[in-house]
Design a protein around this ligand. Sequence first.
Ligand code: FBP
Length: 495
Amino acid sequence: EGTNTKPSNPRKIGVVLSGGQAPGGHNVIAGVFDALKKANLENQLFGFRGGPIGIVEGRLLEIDSKLIDAYRNTGGFDIIGSGRTKLGTAEQFEASLATCKSYGIDGIVIIGGDDSNTNAAVLAEWFKKRNSGINVIGCPKTIDGDLKNQYIETSFGFDTATKTYAELIGNIERDANSAKKYWHFIRLMGRSASHIALECALKTHPNICIISEEVRAKNMSLDQVIDLIAKTIVARASRKEDFGVVLIPEGLIEFIPEIGKLIAELNGLLAKEAEYFATIKTFEDAREWVNHELSKNSSYVFSSLPRKIQIQLLDDRDPHGNVQVSRIETEKLLIELLDARLAKMKLRGEYRGKFSAFAHFFGYEGRSAFPSNFDSNYCYGLGFSAYLLLSARLTGYIANIANLHLAVADWVPGGIPLTMMMNMEQRHGELKPVIRKALVELDGAPFKTFASNREKWALETCYEFPGPIQYYGDGRISEETTSTLNLEKDISEED
Ligand code: FBP
């Protein structure tokens, strides 16, 4: 609130949704819309369609009150769609400038993850160098929870996605504990970091949760990961508990050192030889060629994997040239290897249980869920702040809100220059500015809390059943955010 009663000069603002869906994206747009209409009813909001490519190709639509009202507090990004096009070339920047000029747009809000916000900073700098008068503001989005740092407490979407998965995991735990005959292997989304798996473990107390960052830190091989799981299965079998729940972060496959190395080699090879690779007709021929091109170790690792996983590893790459981990069925790989391992142990008389396993993957069902109260409020606040930053003629900032573990009335909105969270890193032999992904910290409070409980959760059956997201009723439940954020804030306040 302020005392100024004079409307600002009319402005046209564009908004873009970039990358994977995250609950609350529509509320960011609602926040921008409401703020700009409060500033001046003549202000207009445009949505670029299909992600960043919409700016380049000039695909946009005006967002009016009727349209935005139909999308308030809903999940998904379907109001304007999303996409993963990477903005980086001079041609793309020129085309973006032309789009803005032809529609009179002088401010852009980019709603995205670490890469999209990096691109927002680069675009902001480019527009500034051209004296275009176009300002660019980012907003921190991703269910993966890995866009956070000393300034950004959490990315939006993480709260709702983990609550959605935790509800489903709790349901499976209850089923497992009722029938007492199945092991459930649940892979959870999260491209690299294991924040989602860790948060779900804190909420549901599964028997096993693998944390990729720990696997990498301990340099554990695939064989050792299998050992670890087998040990718990055997221990529970000796207590006549032939059931359990295992959480697996989808990024695990890349964090197992020998497979990580194989994937890095494959990414490089398929990028370099893309044209030749496209001419190979059968999987058998592709496998033979790949085996020939890979280093001896990686070729050995590749050959030892089941055919289905080999096919998935050779699947299409994402726009950054990386393997798409959401398509690799790591949970099935683990079950297959455990089946073989436990059969051998049975023959040696080391295991007397019955191993019957089911594989699940929870990803897309959490990305477009109806946002929790936390995400609804957080996103609306981010959108509103983004417009205030634009109206202050700032550029290259990311909207942020501090004190998110407190009641909404105590939240503090603001903005941070994106360059404050960027580092120069070598990418394809060139120094590039990047916002580093925040991985799970093994000395952080969330992981330590998990680590101090996991032995008990492994053997005893201590499942927790969070149930569905609550929107009304007791505020301690409906307004509560993630354990991850609360634990991180508790520690930083003690410091
Ligand atoms: P963002 O980083 O863009 O938010 O996307 C994250 C994510 O949901 C990952 O968890 C998952 O691996 C990936 O997107 C799946 O991508 P796609 O939607 O292209 O299948």
